[in-house]
Design a protein around this ligand. Structure first.
Ligand code: NAD
Length: 361
């Protein structure tokens, strides 16, 4: 029986409420498909600061390094807001990304047919949207050198950030993107600003070179400003997109509104040997502890874990299908409720989805 070691870091707030539901879904997949999941839980974020003073204790990092994949909840909250920079909960997540060399951030945006009306865009525009934004996560404008502020004697100043990429950095995220596109509809859109930025010229050159090794994937290039417009005008034209760190930060948030609610958005960060899977949302202090958070983003993150780290696409499809069926039956958490619809809590939503996973084996 195949066995997989999964590090589980629920973190704070609703992270600790939705992650157990994702674990239940993986258990159900394990029972159905004859797989064993060994879950090992560790502290991160505010919970880790309270227990050890460190947002990513060495034991948690070790556990992640030795696992096959990481199921992550969310970190942060008002309790730690005034803590010094190095003692803030989000340092735990940033340190993990760095230590594990997670250079590709995957954010799918899918519009579920029964939630179309939750989107601020017209039905005719968003219906059928199913795209994936891949953001380069460890280079580009966020980390390029030189960077800093120069103060002048006259009281003025000059601030600099640099958008810099090496061939190697572009090559590896491009490969990750082509691999993802292969698992989807085999269309990749590379987003850049080649008409203005030299770094985009190198980006385009390297992506085009890598494309020669993926003749089964269709590649197109688009300028980032055009892409921003097209995402809200004709989002159904896209399948997989890959782009620079800052462009990706902005475009993935723009794409997120297509799906309706924060509670529906999963993500994956890939790169080195171990992938990290987490909902896009944070710890939602306004609803934490009430048992009403939507666990679907966490469950869909578990489906991504099956697809991208464990190479179990059919099991991933079953989790996705289970979510769809439960929504089709009309079950809703408070965040996605339409008028007159009945509401279930976090656990009940998790159990309903597990029931639909079981029904498919
Ligand atoms: P948030 O995503 O936590 O919440 C934004 C809004 O969406 C809130 O009204 C919340 O109730 C709602 N929401 C989010 N997830 C939901 C779910 N699953 N079900 C139902 N409603 C949901 O963002 P925020 O309020 O800006 O941040 C709160 C805390 O989370 C902060 O400390 C922030 O730093 C942290 N944060 C962490 C991460 C992470 O760990 N990756 C990401 C974003 C924010």
């Amino acid at each position: 029986m195949p066995s997989f070691r999964i590090a589980v870091l629920p973190g704070d707030g609703i992270g600790a409420e939705v992650t157990p539901e994702a674990m239940k879904a993986l258990h159900a997949v394990g029972r159905g498909a004859g797989l064993t999941f060994e879950f090992e839980q560790a502290l991160v974020g505010g919970a880790a600061i309270d227990a050890t003073g460190d947002p990513l204790p060495p034991a948690s990092l070790r556990l992640c390094q030795q696992a096959q994949a990481i199921l992550f909840g969310a970190v942060g909250g008002p309790k730690w807001e005034d803590a010094p920079h190095e003692k803030r909960p989000e340092r735990g997540l940033l340190a993990l990304r760095k230590e594990l060399d997670l250079f590709a951030n995957l954010r799918p945006a899918k519009c579920f047919p029964m939630l179309v009306d939750a989107s601020p865009l017209k039905r005719a525009v968003v219906e059928g949207t199913d795209l994936m934004v891949i953001r380069e996560l460890t280079g580009g404008l966020y980390f390029g050198e030189p960077r800093g502020v120069e103060r002048f004697a006259d009281g003025g100043a000059r601030a600099v950030n640099t958008m810099a990429y090496t061939t190697r950095e572009i090559d590896r995220v491009a490969r990750a993107a082509f691999e993802v596109a292969r698992k989807r509809r085999r269309r990749l859109t590379s987003v850049d600003k080649v008409n203005v930025l030299v770094v985009s010229q190198l980006w385009r050159e390297v992506v085009t070179q890598v494309a020669k090794e993926y003749p089964d994937v269709t590649l197109e290039h688009i300028l980032v400003d055009n892409c921003a417009m097209a995402l809200v005008q004709r989002p159904t034209q896209f399948d997989t997109l890959v782009t620079e760190n800052t462009f990706g930060d902005i475009l993935s948030d723009e794409a997120a509104i297509l799906a309706g609610s924060m509670g529906m958005l999963p993500s994956a960060s890939l790169g080195g040997r171990v992938g990290l899977y987490e909902p896009v949302h944070g710890t939602a202090p306004d609803i934490a502890g009430k048992g009403i958070a939507n666990p679907i983003a966490a469950l869909l993150s578990a489906a991504m874990l099956l697809r991208y780290s464990l190479d179990r696409p059919q099991d991933a499809d079953r989790v996705d299908t289970a979510v769809l069926r439960v929504l089709e039956q009309g079950h809703r958490t408070a965040d996605i409720r339409g008028e007159g619809e009945k509401v279930v809590g976090t656990r009940e939503m998790g159990e309903l989805i597990v029931g639909e996973i079981n029904a498919q084996y």
